[in-house]
Design a protein around this ligand. Structure first.
Ligand SMILES: *Cc1c(COP(=O)(O)O)cnc(C)c1O
Length: 362
């Protein structure tokens, strides 16, 4: 008998979410973002779920090569570009497109003398201050790239710091868009600017976010971006983490549960023990009260999350017993709610799904 914890990946929901992404940006082409093992969903699985995307975008070279080996013939974009000159040979051999965000990368391209051309995404820093050229340095970077024979098409890219908080007090979207437009003024080329939040919040912007290519990630996996619950955007969850009750304890008032005896019952209580812990990717910081479904009924976490188990209050589900089905997230329990109870975001929970968890499709 395998341990009952299992992650179910719903490819039909992924297809549905991709259709939603296309509806959000009807004139744009879509890079389906599959970095971090497709946000924990499995690269090969996501490749099938997102077969309708115009291209796939990721960070990892090994997985980019794997996509080609798995038969993906459409474009592939490396979101952080290349890290060393040898990467350029791979990009050429496999036809990868990649971000160029710093002078050192341009120098590598100039020195490489490649026997062919590579398409690139020239990245602008519009206030995130991670990767990218400042708006005032963008045209110069562009001219330098354009002069390199091995450079094919150049697309203009930026990644917004606050696409989920349009009226951010320090750096609102209007200012980020203004910087981008200033940086590309006078240059000819396609733009690639919107992530999920940018796409979902377009309706709330007072100007069109011109993005010939969009880069949705989290919305394809049915979690929230853009400050509202995913369901409000008609997105369907693509990952359900399920398990079962493997033990039940009847405790008396004053009895404590779990490491550190952090939770003490104020009444007689049935405690359900679930096969799921932080070594499965369940967040150890999930607070007392984090929602959990037992036999479809909403109850809550009590005590500390341990490596292999969590404990829940069975009072709302008196009929629960050994083997009762549990949903940790997905289905009727939005991953964002669980994430928020652990002080994090749905992205992190998906990406942290541990290798020991069995994954099936359904
Ligand atoms: C991860 C990533 C995305 C996707 O972001 P979501 O918020 O998941 O939609 C888009 N662009 C870049 C550069 C990224 O790194």
């Amino acid at each position: 008998m395998p341990r009952p914890i299992v992650a179910t990946i719903h490819l039909n929901s992924m297809k549905h979410n991709l259709a939603r992404a296309k509806a959000c940006a009807p004139r744009a082409k879509v890079w389906g973002v599959v970095k971090a093992n497709a946000y924990g969903h499995g690269l090969e699985r996501a490749m099938r779920g997102l077969a309708g995307a115009d291209g796939l975008a990721l960070i990892e070279f090994d997985n980019a090569v794997r996509l080609r080996e798995l038969g993906w013939t459409k474009p592939i974009l490396l979101l952080e570009g290349f890290f060393e000159p040898a990467d350029l040979i791979l990009m050429l051999a496999y036809g990868f497109n990649g971000a160029v965000h710093c002078v050192e990368q341009i120098e590598m391209l100039e020195a490489a003398r490649l026997p062919g051309t590579i398409d690139l995404h020239l990245k602008m820093n519009t206030g995130m201050n991670r990767l990218g050229f400042m708006p005032h340095a963008f045209a110069t970077a562009h001219a330098r790239l354009r002069a390199i024979p091995a450079v094919g098409q150049i697309t203009f890219m930026t990644h917004f710091a606050n696409a989920d908080e349009l009226n951010h007090s320090y750096l609102p979207m209007s200012e980020q868009i203004r910087r981008f437009k200033a940086g590309v003024a006078g240059l000819e080329g396609a733009c690639c600017v919107a992530n999920s939040a940018g796409m979902l919040r377009q309706a709330d912007l007072d100007q069109e976010l011109v993005s010939d290519w969009v880069r949705p990630g989290i919305m394809l996996y049915g979690a929230s971006a853009g400050g509202k619950p995913a369901a409000a955007f008609d997105l369907l969850p693509t990952m359900t983490l399920g398990s079962a009750i493997i033990g039940v304890q009847d405790i008396a008032p004053g009895d404590a549960v779990g490491y550190g005896s952090r939770y003490q019952a104020d009444r007689a209580l049935r405690v359900g023990v679930i096969a799921c812990g932080y070594a499965d990717g369940y967040p150890r910081h999930a607070a007392h009260g984090t929602p959990v479904l037992v036999d479809g009924v909403r109850t809550s976490l009590i005590g500390r999350v341990s490596m292999d188990m969590i404990t829940v209050d069975l009072s709302p589900v008196p009929a629960a017993h050994l083997g009762s089905k549990v949903t940790l997230w997905g289905g009727a329990l939005p991953i964002d709610e669980v994430a928020s109870a652990a002080g994090t975001i749905g992205y992190e929970l998906m990406c942290a799904l541990a290798p020991r968890v069995r994954v099936v499709e359904g």
